[in-house]
Design a protein around this ligand. Structure first.
Ligand code: SF4
Ligand code: SF4
Length: 150
């Protein structure tokens, strides 16, 4: 089972990954930003292009007894009705639910990243023969879509 990475930053405060460097004073990787993102994200994505098991997009590496992750999930648990999406995002959800093969939407974008941030879509990783990342809809994504269907 894969547990979604919710960008809580915890794993980067335990030890640095292969691309990181430890900041002794802060007790975390020096590339971890204040909002718990990796400032080397683009660099790592580029370095791992075509990698079968990329570091980003393969789920959470530290999901057990992780209070920081639990707190982030609780904070993210907005009610579906309170979430607003634009027309393009509505089409992404619609396509993923009704037309995408195996429920996998191929291709990243700003709108997609916003959907991921809102917990409506989640990365499903890459396939070795396609350069673009795949995404699938979450339960919350389905609820938001059905709540906004005309
Ligand atoms: S390089 Fe990025 S992903 Fe790796 S430990 Fe540092 S902040 Fe985390
Ligand atoms: S601990 Fe898990 S959820 Fe938090 S940033 Fe690391 S991989 Fe993502």
């Amino acid at each position: 089972m894969i547990f979604e990475c919710v960008k809580c930053g915890y794993c980067c405060t335990v030890r640095p990954c292969a691309y990181g460097e430890w900041d002794e004073e802060k007790g975390q990787c020096k590339f971890l930003t204040k909002d718990n993102l990796c400032s080397k994200y683009e660099e790592i994505k580029k370095a791992e292009f075509k990698c079968m098991y990329p570091m980003f997009g393969c789920g959470c590496s530290s999901s057990l007894f992780n209070e920081r992750r639990e707190a982030k999930i609780a904070a993210m648990a907005m009610k579906p009705k309170e979430i607003t999406i634009n027309q393009e995002q509505k089409e992404i959800l619609d396509h993923t639910m009704h037309r995408a093969a195996n429920g996998l939407y191929c291709g990243d974008s700003e709108d997609m990243q916003d959907l991921v941030k809102k917990g409506l879509m989640v990365s499903a990783g890459k396939k070795s023969f396609v350069p673009d990342e795949y995404f699938k809809i979450t339960e919350k994504g389905r609820k938001v879509f059905s709540g906004q269907e005309n």
